[in-house]
Ligand binder design. Structure first.
Ligand code: RP5
Length: 163
């Protein structure tokens, strides 16, 4: 099946975080590709990825990076596809540097920024599914089921002392 989502990240070391995006897309049966594309180590690959993203049939790009995290913004500069940026938690500043690098885009080029770390990666995957569900009724039904499952689990165990 043609992958509609591209999950890219600045380094292999980002995968433990970014696999949370893959986890929810697997659950909701959305196909994706995964690739390491570094803004500072493989800048030509980054430019090529951005230029070819539409022609490759992607509809959403999820881009995760840590440190001075210019990857999502650079990709957004090269493609009209929606880019969801995930700030990976850095060692030095706990991901605040990643967050600020990704979220503070000047007017005119948009990056949808998620939370720092695995929650952000998971929600980026979830948001990609929600975007695609607008034109995919079967995916929309799976999303509704996921949300109901989550709600029911909370309602069924409202007493925090219970296991
Ligand atoms: C960024 O630098 C990556 O996104 C990663 O979060 C960070 C550190 O990369 P490594 O030194 O672990 O390869 O490019």
């Amino acid at each position: 099946m043609q992958a509609k989502v591209a999950v890219i990240m600045g380094s292999k070391s980002d995968w433990p975080t970014m696999q949370a995006a893959a986890e929810i897309m697997d659950k909701l049966q959305v196909s994706y590709v995964v690739d390491v594309v570094s803004a500072h180590r493989t800048p030509d690959k980054l430019m090529q990825f951005g230029e070819q993203a539409v022609d490759r049939g992607f509809e959403v790009v999820i881009a995760g990076a840590g440190g001075a995290a210019h990857l999502p913004g650079m990709v957004a500069a090269k493609t009209r596809l929606p880019v969801l940026g995930v700030p990976v938690q850095s060692k030095a500043l706990s991901g605040m540097d990643s967050l600020l690098s990704i979220v503070q885009m000047p007017k005119g080029i948009a990056v949808g920024t998620l939370a720092i770390g695995t929650a952000g990666a998971f929600n980026a995957g979830l948001l990609a599914c929600q975007i695609l569900a607008n034109n995919d009724p079967a995916l929309a039904a799976r999303l509704e089921a996921f949300r109901k499952e989550q709600t029911d689990a909370v309602l069924e165990q409202a007493d925090p002392r219970e296991e």
